[in-house]
Design a protein around this ligand. Structure first.
Ligand code: UT7
Length: 357
């Protein structure tokens, strides 16, 4: 029987026992062997990001929408966002990936797996991760996920699972989003929120992930967008299922504040931590008022809630890794800083994790 050392994720040592078919290994009483598995926990070793060139201010939007800088800034905290024009999401994703690789001092050949969080890009297939892979010159498995704005936390959880399963060590996560291509630019209540961006992180085995949790509650219609289907000889009616992003802003707002506050309190409790143990809370950058409401419930200082929404808007899953990259490159993170990430999005998906820098 092979026995691995127990690893500690936080102060308590964690032991995982798995029953596996015996296949020649020493059996225990029930005909199975007891395998004591080392639980590796990851570390973020590099970050990167890339934004489109074109800045679109609230004043620019007021040129074609019945809105104002004052309304948007007061209700959302957003002043401007970047929107793809001649540039494209693949190039942004590749730039963010290379930036993160450089920052992590890893070569593309050292990457064992690529996970890309993405809702929409130029192709239905192949997946964006496969396109990124060919452009950065790796030859590893790659996988696209779509958990909307929660994508970065889901990707971290998948990455950890791959590490624990012994399938991969160094994993490149890219969140590449061009929500501008799926919103209705006549709907002033939604299009004013979003910006395009790509952000990336490289994770490696380490001891820094304390806890990660994801969830999805059935609330599919508060943020929803339809995709185009080809007509078939067998289904000639109702094929055009395309419709731009439709959102019940007030419902999203309520869900986001209630669920995120609950998830943050729960993960802290499960880890036996206090609010004050967290150096920074990195919340999904959806709306500054949402972040403010969550912060007020938690009762922590504004300085612990960094934000980039004023300059970039809601970048869906790219928001948190982009913020992480800002903090990292801005020299705001030091070893041992404890980060609590909390994201929420269409689905309604949520993801929360505590990870040390
Ligand atoms: O990743 C998650 C993505 N989604 C979100 O984060 C959305 C969360 N929700 C929100 O951010 C807010 O609900 C919004 C910013 C979308 C809307 O703010 P609100 O305070 O909930 O406004 P409302 O929808 O209750 O609308 C209030 C008024 C309405 O006018 P009337 O009916 O009172 O005359 C709207 O038509 O504001 C009007 N309005 C606007 N006025 C100027 C809605 N959008 C705009 C606009 N400019 N852009």
């Amino acid at each position: 029987m092979q026995v691995f050392a127990t690893k500690s994720r936080h102060s308590q040592p964690i032991t995982h026992f798995y029953h596996i078919p015996k296949q020649g290994l020493t059996p225990c009483g029930c005909g199975f062997v007891l395998l004591h598995i080392k639980y590796t926990t990851m570390k973020i070793i590099g970050t990167g990001s890339s934004h489109p060139e074109r800045k679109v201010t609230n004043h620019d939007l007021a040129q074609f929408l019945d809105t104002s800088d004052e309304w948007i800034a007061t209700r959302t905290g957003i002043r401007e966002r970047r929107i793809l024009t001649k540039d494209n999401i693949t190039d942004l994703a590749v730039e963010a990936a290379i930036d993160a690789l450089n920052n992590s001092q890893k070569e593309p050949g050292q990457i064992d797996y690529i996970i890309c969080s993405n809702i929409i890009n130029d192709y239905l297939t192949p997946g964006l991760s496969a396109i990124i892979q060919s452009k950065i010159g790796t030859h590893c498995p790659c996988l696209d996920i779509n958990t909307a704005c929660t994508g970065f936390v889901y990707a971290l959880q998948l990455a950890e699972s791959l590490q624990v399963a012994g399938m991969a060590k160094n994993i490149l996560i890219i969140c590449a989003e061009e929500v501008s291509k799926m919103v209705d630019w006549t709907d002033r209540a939604s299009c004013i929120l979003f910006g395009d961006a790509a952000a990336a992180a490289v994770v490696a085995p380490g001891d820094n992930l304390i806890k990660i949790k994801t969830d999805c509650i059935d609330c599919g219609d508060v943020i929803i967008s339809g995709s185009r289907h080809e007509k078939t000889p067998f289904d000639t009616e109702g094929n055009d299922k395309y419709f731009p992003l439709a959102m019940n802003g007030r419902e999203v707002y309520k869900h986001a504040v209630t669920i995120a506050t609950y998830k943050i309190e729960s993960i802290l409790k499960e880890c036996g931590m206090a609010h004050s143990d967290i150096t920074y809370y990195l919340l999904h950058q959806a709306n500054l008022r949402i972040s403010e409401a969550i912060r007020t419930h938690i009762g922590e200082d504004e300085s612990k809630f960094p934000s980039n929404i004023e300059s970039f808007g809601n970048m869906s899953s790219a928001g948190i890794p982009c913020l992480l990259d800002d903090l990292n490159k801005g020299g705001k993170l030091k070893e041992g800083d404890r980060l609590l990430l909390c994201a929420f999005g269409a689905g309604f998906t949520t993801g929360t994790c505590i990870i040390d820098w």
